[in-house]
Design a binder for this molecule. Structure first.
Ligand code: C2E
Ligand code: MG
Ligand code: MG
Ligand code: MG
Length: 292
């Protein structure tokens, strides 16, 4: 809806903007209540070594467990939390919970060295972050080498002079930096120049195109992924394919030597308790890849 000016220049009531503002207010209330009452948690999605068919790590994905509205996905929450600044508090909470979950999972045979990938918003890269993360890791006895910080192009667009220093400090402490959603944002390539990136996550849009109806699209995306593989090799980066939903996508990626992946076909994001009980009850290797 467009804004109209009345004859006297005053803005007329715009129902769309009003409802957006109401939504924003509602979400802001969820966030405040969630922080106070501990409704925030993280679900963990396995990141699989496709060659070995073994879990290499987990990505922590924020969830807000609202007692009436159920589990709320992160997109809207993060948008509002970045506006209000609540993302700082939420980010801290998420990191602490995720590291605690990793510590629990580390008791499972085969997961002793699994890594934890955590998404960070640009606003979180303030000078206190390296000390705060180090304290949490110390508390749970997790070495920094098992932590991956996932960033997107939004980080670069923020133009904060701190960000490069903070990322430098985190990577100096041993944490790894992953470039999330690679290939679909603005400045993805210049990140690779300016930040100490060691993992490139190929956006799920590319994985999806591997099984596109059009043969031309399929061929072109394979070429593109081969190109990303070459760049990654030159820069000593690992590649992780996101959004693997089918057997066919998995085998195509494997044939292209993409050795790590994540997606519903390999495992959905789950609460840590479900992961642990799944392991204990079914006595099967966690999410082994079919056919390997
Ligand atoms: P992301 O970091 O790229 O995370 C991957 C998203 O893809 C997740 O959505 C995940 O549930 C979904 N996904 C995984 N496998 C598949 C698949 O096979 N098919 C499809 N269609 N989707 C799949 P989710 O959990 O809704 O998170 C959305 C985004 O929100 C994340 O994208 C990330 O950018 C952001 N986010 C999530 N948790 C946090 C957090 O704790 N902090 C911050 N700052 N951002 C977060
Ligand atoms: Mg991510
Ligand atoms: Mg992603
Ligand atoms: Mg994404």
């Amino acid at each position: 809806a467009r804004k109209h000016n009345g004859k006297n220049g005053a803005k007329l009531f715009d129902p769309l903007i009003a409802s957006l503002a109401q939504d924003r207010l509602k979400i802001d209330t969820y966030i405040e209540d969630g922080l106070r009452q501990d409704w925030f948690d993280v679900h963990l999605q396995p990141i699989v070594d496709l060659k070995l068919g073994k879990v290499a790590g987990f990505e922590a994905l924020m969830r807000l467990n609202h007692p009436e509205h159920g589990v709320l996905p992160p997109a809207d929450i993060i948008r509002v939390a970045e506006e209000t600044g609540a993302i700082l508090k939420i980010g801290e909470r998420i990191f602490e919970k995720a590291v605690a979950h990793l510590a629990r999972l580390s008791c499972v045979p085969g997961l002793e060295n699994a890594y934890l990938a955590v998404n960070f918003s640009p606003l979180q890269f303030c000078p206190k972050l390296p000390a705060a993360t180090a304290a949490t890791l110390m508390q749970w006895g997790i070495p920094p080498g098992r932590i991956v910080i996932e960033i997107t192009e939004a980080v670069l667009m923020h133009h904060s002079p701190d960000i490069r220093d903070v990322l430098g400090a985190l990577s100096g402490a041993g944490m790894k930096i992953a470039l999330d959603d690679f290939g679909t944002g603005y400045s993805s390539l210049s990140y690779l120049v300016h930040f100490p990136v060691s993992i490139i996550k190929i956006d799920q849009a590319f994985t999806r195109s591997l099984t596109d109806d059009s043969e031309t699209v399929r061929r072109r995306v394979r070429k593109l992924i081969a190109g990303i593989q070459m760049v990654a090799k030159e820069l000593n980066c690992q590649v992780v394919a996101e959004g693997i939903e089918t057997d066919e996508q998995l085998s195509t990626l494997l044939s292209m030597e993409v050795n790590c992946g994540q997606g519903y076909f390999l495992g959905r994001p789950q609460p840590v308790t479900d992961i642990l009980s799944g392991l204990q009850i079914e006595h099967r290797p966690l999410l082994a890849v079919p056919g390997t």
